[in-house]
Ligand binder design. Structure first.
Ligand SMILES: Cc1ncc(COP(=O)(O)O)c(C=O)c1O
Length: 400
């Protein structure tokens, strides 16, 4: 047994079995490559599921984290720190939002969003508590976030779920209108569904939802945990799609791999949270927010956002070429560096074969392979990934 297999065995004994893990243990990484503990090299098209926005071993990020750790890792949110203020300023400067609440993960940012929708309704004297979310959405695993998630499989055995959540089919205005009422206080949408299979919201649909929210004083929240932080080619996917929400959530890539989450709102909505209404001990700590300022700086001042636009188009063209060649590919979807291919067969064996050949891929449901590499990916690295994927597709067609 080699070292990585031995580690996987040790891990299976003591680490809770909440993931279907591959028997691989990683040791270190550089750029878009990671090495397991036996020295096998992998091209990483998973990036921690859209987390390692600047890739692995980024020196600016590591240096910044080390220096911040020597200075100050944590103080209470009873006080201000410069990194937290600076990151909030950077996000607001590059968006339509005025205020940021920091937390530590995606699910926590969703909790904050759900709470502020209901608090806002209370502030406005509305009794309604309904929050409408989309089928096939994914919003996280805490009780509020998992209740909001529109996939029954994540609810199984956890019932009763939280009351007053309604799920409707995605991109279906009539279905949404049919459930909107005076009791509706919030609508939560992933502008590009990630986990649910890389499905983008139609722009006309989003415009109509915006109108519906304006007419009924309903808070429109975009979950940009996976599709945000530059992945669409803009800081927020809403900017790429052209429809402004009242609030949005970030997490994953915002601090390049250091745990972080954020809820962004307009000033009007932010008033619904007053001291004591919501909080997080670790949220916005100087370590995570300092790392976040490096990511934002790279996105805007070092060409990373532009790289997403260029390489995103290139990735689309390469995936379309594969679709022409392989009948099993039925669709190519997404934008920037959040893309997916849908297959007519289960993707599990293709993902496993690619990993064996040195390419880390991840599915999104049973029939979709998702491509969410680091935002610094190059054309050559995309070519390398496509060559490995093509070999795995060939094998899959032969074995069909
Ligand atoms: C769109 C979306 N929302 C929420 C979450 C939950 O984030 P976390 O795992 O950081 O709680 C995820 C995670 O995959 C996600 O993709």
């Amino acid at each position: 047994m080699n070292k990585t297999e031995a580690l996987a065995k040790r891990g299976a004994k003591v680490v809770m079995n909440t993931y279907s893990r591959f028997p691989i243990a990683f040791d270190h990484g550089k750029g878009v490559y990671v090495w397991d503990t036996d020295g096998k090299k992998y091209l990483d098209f998973v990036a921690g599921i859209a987390v390692n926005s600047l890739g692995h071993g980024n020196e600016k990020l590591a240096q910044n984290i080390a220096e911040q750790a020597m200075k100050l890792i944590h103080v209470s949110n009873l006080y201000y720190t410069e990194p937290q203020i600076t990151l909030a300023e950077m996000i607001c400067e590059h968006s339509d939002f005025d205020k940021v609440f920091f937390c530590n993960s995606g699910a926590e940012s969703i909790e904050a969003a759900l709470k502020i929708c209901r608090k806002y309704a209370t502030m406005k004297g509305k009794a309604g508590r309904d929050i409408i979310t989309m089928e096939h959405s994914f919003h996280g695993r805490t009780y509020g976030a998992v209740t909001a998630t529109g996939q029954d499989k994540y609810h199984k055995g956890l019932e009763p779920m939280l009351p007053d959540f309604i799920h409707v089919p995605f991109n279906n205005l009539e279905a949404l209108k049919a459930v909107v009422s005076e009791n509706t206080c919030g609508i939560l949408i992933e502008p590009i569904q990630g986990e649910g299979g890389i499905h983008s919201a139609d722009i006309e649909y989003l415009k109509a939802v915006r109108k519906l929210c304006d007419e009924n004083d309903i808070i429109l929240v975009f979950d940009e945990i996976q599709c945000g932080v530059g992945r669409s080619g803009e800081l927020f996917a809403y900017q790429a799609l052209g429809v402004k929400p009242d609030a949005a959530t970030f997490a994953k890539g915002l601090a390049g791999g250091v745990p972080i989450g954020a809820l962004m709102t307009t000033d009007k909505l932010a008033q619904a949270f007053q001291p004591g209404d919501h909080a997080s001990t670790f949220g916005g700590n100087p370590l995570a927010t300092s790392a976040g300022t490096v990511v934002m700086d790279e996105l805007f001042n070092n060409g990373v956002l532009e790289n997403v636009r260029v390489q995103g188009k290139y990735l689309t063209s390469k995936l379309m070429e594969l679709k022409q060649k392989y009948d099993i590919i039925t669709d190519v979807r997404g934008m920037g560096l959040i893309q997916g291919i849908e297959l007519s067969i289960p993707v599990g064996p293709i993902v496993a074969d690619s990993i064996e050949k040195g390419l880390l891929l991840v599915g999104a449901g049973a029939n979709v392979i998702r491509f969410v590499p680091a935002l610094i990916i190059t054309k050559e690295e995309i070519d390398e990934a496509m060559a490995i994927l093509e070999m795995a597709l060939q094998n899959a067609e032969v074995n069909k």
